[in-house]
Design a protein around this ligand. Structure first.
Ligand code: SF4
Length: 364
């Protein structure tokens, strides 16, 4: 069994990333087999519970209000709508439902209370529940944990240096602070990033340094390939090749041996053979369903066919960690504090973000 190290350097990670392809694949597959069942893949369903209208300027995201993309926005879904979708996801073989809301950060109030009720409802369906709601305070993390949350997603996106080229409305430290708040509870951490945003191999290694030196390392690391969306600052970005994706997955597997590495956005652009290579290199989690928040994703049936071809089995829920106990709202130990945390807003200039914003302004 490979030991989990928390002192990886950028140079060491780059050396792994740049190994001859076959050596890299062999090493990653070996580490994978030492730590996981290579024929089991965890399947999550991503549900956009509140879409669009976000105040942030993430250069890859069609949900940022300022870029006026063609996505259909919606207000927060109701608890019963979410329950119906979660039941459908369970029937289709998912073990986890991940709810995403296009918020900068969570604000105490009715909407957050509704999300807490959604968490209770899904946990009672015996599914793992994950949320991605933006930045959260320690008290908010504790309330989510008490409701039965299994995982909280908060991506670092890229290296600290390249993050400044992607987002100006919050800082890298804000992300790390939220992860730390989640770590003060029993909720597991899901944090990864995106490749293909124009970053260098050094930036990819830098992101893996930031993630792998967390102690404990995140239980789940999604690796996304950018899906360029018309109207966003990254609309013209060239798609990453499957070779880069496999290299990134293999490197992630080697430096974070126990983590579930999630093959996330960008799967529609990959062949089944390409995805099989990703699984061989250590990916052991995917998102199912025809949409990933707002971008396309392979159909569930297509995925199940691929699983059959490859002899893969979907992982059952709560294999890695026991199911959290849900506490009813009336019996809650924590209350809304109405906090106004000082998340940063660096506000530096990112030319391509400003250009996309300017271009999307309605013509007078
Ligand atoms: S990635 Fe999240 S925070 Fe950034 S613009 Fe999109 S919805 Fe908002």
């Amino acid at each position: 069994m490979a030991t989990t190290r928390h002192n990886w350097t950028k140079e060491e990670i780059l050396e792994i990333y740049n190994k001859p392809f076959m050596d890299l694949l062999y090493e990653a597959a070996t580490v994978h087999r030492q730590n996981h069942d290579p024929n089991t893949v965890q399947v999550s369903t991503l549900l956009s519970i509140k879409t669009g209208g976000c105040s942030e300027d993430c250069g890859y995201c069609p949900q940022a209000a300022r870029y006026h993309t063609n996505i259909e926005g919606n207000d927060l879904m109701s608890v019963s709508q979410v329950k119906a979708q979660a039941m459908r996801a369970k029937e289709a073989g998912s073990s986890r439902v991940c709810m995403g809301a296009a918020w900068r950060n969570v604000k105490d109030g009715q909407e957050f209370d509704d999300v807490l009720e959604m968490v209770r409802t899904i946990n009672r369906l015996d599914l793992e529940v994950c949320c991605t709601l933006g930045m959260i305070t320690e008290n908010q993390a504790k309330r989510l944990a008490e409701a039965g949350l299994y995982a909280y997603n908060h991506n670092l996106d890229s290296s600290e240096e390249y993050y400044k080229e992607v987002i100006s409305t919050r800082g890298y430290q804000d992300r790390l602070d939220t992860i730390e708040n989640v770590r003060k509870t029993a909720v597991t951490v899901c944090s990864g990033g995106i490749i293909g945003m124009g970053e260098s191999a050094e930036d990819r290694a830098g992101m893996l340094v930031a993630l792998s030196t967390l102690n404990p390392q995140p239980e789940s690391v999604p690796i996304n390939a950018l899906v360029p969306v018309e109207g966003t600052p990254m609309a013209e970005q060239q798609q990453v090749s499957i070779w880069e994706m496999v290299r990134m997955i293999a490197t992630t597997r080697i430096v974070m041996p126990e983590t579930q590495v999630r093959l996330s956005a960008g799967r529609t652009q990959m062949s089944r053979e390409g995805q099989a290579m990703c699984f061989f290199a250590g990916a052991n989690s995917i998102f199912a369903g025809d949409k990933l928040l707002t971008t396309p994703n392979p159909d569930v049936n297509e995925d199940m066919e691929m699983f059959k071809t490859l002899g893969l089995n979907p992982q059952k829920p709560f294999v890695k960690k026991a199911q959290p106990v849900t506490v009813d709202a009336e019996k809650s130990e924590y209350m809304a504090l109405g906090e106004k945390p000082r998340w940063t807003r660096p506000g530096h200039i990112i030319e391509r973000n400003l250009a996309a914003q300017e271009k999307s302004k309605p013509k007078a």
